[in-house]
Structures are given as structure tokens and as C-alpha cells.
Design a protein around this ligand. Sequence first.
Ligand code: 5GP
Ligand code: ZN
Length: 136
Amino acid sequence: MSDCIFCKIANGEIPSATLYEDQDFRVILDLGPATKGHALILPKAHYADLTEIPEELAGKATALAKKIVTAMKTALPCDGYNVVQNNGLAAGQTVFHYHVHLIPRYADDHAGIGWKPGKLTEEVRDEVLAKAKEVL
Ligand code: 5GP
Ligand code: ZN
């Protein structure tokens, strides 16, 4: 995709703070970090989101997340990690090139990554299970 910023960064056309690179991915520091060490895993090929990326590459991205998080936990060091992957405008995706956020967490960092828990009613449980099982 010629107009995609993450395609250009992933393929080295735009310089970035690169932590790691292999034939499939580049891992960079986020320019607007939630916390110190916030990184992004970018595939070098363009896929808009998790529904588009091939299963094998999605698996490799997860394995790479494990590798980077394990190393950075010691290197930074940090107390925990959120691995976040936004899909779609409604879910907070702003760059429509698949990417995985690796967000180091520190005790009392107040980064505010989360949601307000609701309550699973029997009606909603039954509806969701019935609809999902029909298409899975
Ligand atoms: P999303 O909201 O799509 O899940 O995440 C996009 C992320 O990309 C944001 O955290 C934002 O700070 C980061 N970002 C956007 N443009 C750039 C850029 O040009 N370089 C880097 N390193 N990060 C970017
Ligand atoms: Zn792209």
C-alpha cells in the first residue's frame, strides 16, 4: 500500500527507532507511548487487521511478542506487560495496517489501559453463544 505509513516504516522507507527486525516483521518504539518502552510489532506486508493477516503470520507475531516481552521485561525492567491489538475504528484502531502493541507496565503507572466491567446476563450469554456457534 503506497500511502500506508506503517508499510513505509516496516520496510525502512521511513526511519524508526527499531528494536528488532527479521524477514517478516519490524518492531519499533511507538511515537506516542502509553508507558516507557511501548513498542509496536509491524508485519512488512500490508494487512489491515487481524481478519486479513494470514494465520501463520499471526502466529509468528504472537511468538515474536513473547520474545520481545521476555527480553524487555529484563532490559527495562518493568513489572508487567499488556499485549494489545486494536481492530477497527470502534476498537480504537487509528492506523489500518495490522500491528501489535507491547506495553510495559510499572506499578502505579496509571496508564489506564482497560475497560469498565459490565455483567453477563443469561439473555446475552445465550444470544452470543447461539450466534457465534452458528458461524464458527
Ligand atoms: P492504533 O491506535 O492503530 O492501535 O495504534 C497506532 C499507534 O501507532 C499509536 O499508538 C500511535 O502512537 C502510533 N503511531 C502512529 N504513527 C506513528 C509513526 O509514524 N511512528 C511511530 N513509531 N508510531 C506511530
Ligand atoms: Zn501498510
